[in-house]
Design a protein around this ligand. Structure first.
Ligand code: SAM
Length: 473
């Protein structure tokens, strides 16, 4: 029998089943306790974050007025910490060879009708050129787990290739990595290769379900998977990204587990997760999402996003093209800070004229081009940002968090967003997007608080106009 201990390095102690069950009972017992709910909302308003118990009470609460208060608060916190910037990235699928048996993923070993593909270094280069030609600067690389086809050396070689390609004015300046749980030694190699965030979705925090959903392969080991972020941090990676695949288990259980994981990282390493992703199961080859009973509707999904925003105000939130334009529109307002755009989830998909589906990991709901996504964001008064400055300036882990907490983000991220948007407009945008963007930049320059920074930003924008690239604060 394990007891709850956020400081422990044992999965079953920091994600403690009994503590989650007790949390859910506490939340159920207090879901109409309005004085308690008011005090929790009050705490969140002061940007102090919420514990998994407090946030779970708000998740259980069905009082419409209080839920509206929560949504308003999420919107305010989002504006306060992230302004109107939305960071843009694209996934790059390297290989769909996989030895695991994940029952929700089309790459599972027993799927014999999906085409298996692994990019050669030349193909990686071609994909990167295609992504650069769209305007991308930040990628998340994705691969199945297969020690023979996709060993760490292959992943490292791909990262080197990606950073080495400088096509026209293009460059990939930040590579985030979403590969299976691995060893401290391998995490150190990834760190040395210059990765940004290491992302690993927990899929589900419920151990018994986890083992059933991952019946075979190395991923079956719940503890090894759950303790991966501690190994990543031990290997020197400061920025880690958590996530749950919503639909596999009961969302209230997952939500409590997710926040406990964040609390654990904060307690042990002094810094919480850099990002949290909120994927929902999608249809894919050999995968029918309705076979999983715990699907959540758009309302609950929005509530979860709002709650993540108020519970961990300094953690970025990511939404992918698994979600439709309308869902993305709703949750961007409630706290999402990063989105993917123009994504293809197949191996080698970016170099194909038509969207290929034969090796796709899941169906993409938002199929618009990057330029359409950029234009759409600007029409809603957001600034699409291609910024990658923080980690290149060494602002990772707690140093990024201090920037966030100091309120100086507006003097740093805001001009960086404007300058990287300017690069996009100069090099890749359609004429109408460019026109909207230029006007937006002029208007948004006034929102840089420090006069000196505003002046430097103005000068850099002129230099970008003259063809010079890659300025940053
Ligand atoms: N293979 C790596 C691992 O084991 O963690 C990660 C890469 S995988 C390509 C990225 C994520 O896609 C998985 O962690 C999973 O949450 C998600 N995924 C898998 N099947 C999915 C589906 N049918 N719909 C939506 N997301 C899915």
């Amino acid at each position: 029998m394990y007891s709850y201990n956020p400081n422990s390095l044992k999965a079953e102690e920091f994600i403690n089943h009994q503590e989650i069950l007790d949390t859910l009972s506490y939340a159920e017992a207090n879901k109409d306790n309005l004085p308690l709910i008011d005090s929790i909302i009050e705490k969140a308003k002061q940007c102090r974050g919420l514990t998994h118990r407090e946030a779970s009470v708000l998740l259980a609460c069905e009082n419409e007025e209080k839920i509206q208060e929560l949504f308003d608060l999420a919107e305010n916190l989002k504006k306060k910490f992230y302004g109107n910037r939305i960071v843009i990235f694209a996934p790059l699928y390297l290989s769909n060879y996989c030895v695991n048996g994940c029952t929700y993923c089309p790459y599972h070993l027993k799927n014999k009708h999906i085409a298996r593909k692994k990019l050669t270094q030349q193909e990686v280069a071609d994909e990167v050129i295609a992504l650069q030609d769209m305007g991308h600067k930040r990628l998340a690389i994705e691969a199945g787990e297969d020690p023979v086809h996709n060993p760490i050396e292959y992943i490292l070689e791909c990262i080197d290739t990606i950073y080495s390609i400088k096509h026209k004015n293009g460059a990939i300046r930040r590579v985030n990595v979403n590969i299976a749980a691995t060893t401290v030694e391998n995490y150190r190699k990834l760190k040395d290769a210059g990765i940004g965030t290491y992302i690993l979705f927990q899929e589900t925090y419920h151990k018994e379900s986890y083992e059933a959903l991952h019946p075979t392969g190395p991923k079956h080991d719940y503890c090894y998977h759950t303790e991966a972020m501690d190994r990543a941090m031990e290997g020197g990676i400061d920025d880690v990204g958590l996530g749950v695949l919503f639909g596999l288990e009961m969302y209230r259980y997952e939500f409590a587990g997710l926040l406990m994981h964040a609390e654990h990282l904060e307690a042990v390493h002094g810094v919480g997760p850099h990002t949290i992703s909120v994927p929902r199961i999608k249809h894919a080859d050999d995968i029918d999402p309705s076979a999983f009973d715990n699907g959540i509707d758009d309302e609950i999904f929005a509530k979860l996003c709002a709650l993540i925003r108020v519970a961990v105000p300094y953690t970025g939130m990511i939404i992918s093209t698994r979600e439709s334009q309308s869902v993305r529109e709703k949750v961007i307002r409630l706290g999402v800070s990063q989105i993917s755009g123009g994504s293809r989830t197949s191996v080698g998909g970016y170099t194909e004229e038509e969207r290929p589906t034969d090796t796709e990991q899941f169906d993409v709901s938002d199929q618009r081009t990057l330029d359409e996504v950029v234009k759409w964001l600007m029409e809603m008064d957001y600034i699409p940002s291609f910024c990658t400055a923080c980690y290149r300036e060494g602002r990772t882990g707690d140093r990024f968090m201090s920037l966030c907490k100091s309120g100086q983000i507006q003097n740093c991220c805001h001009p960086n967003a404007l300058m990287t948007l300017k690069e996009y407009l100069m090099d890749y945008a359609a004429p109408e997007t460019k026109q909207i963007g230029e006007a937006l930049i002029q208007a948004e320059l006034h929102n840089i608080p420090k006069e000196k920074v505003r002046e430097i930003c103005r000068e850099h924008l002129e230099k970008i106009e003259q063809g010079i690239r890659d300025f940053r604060f």
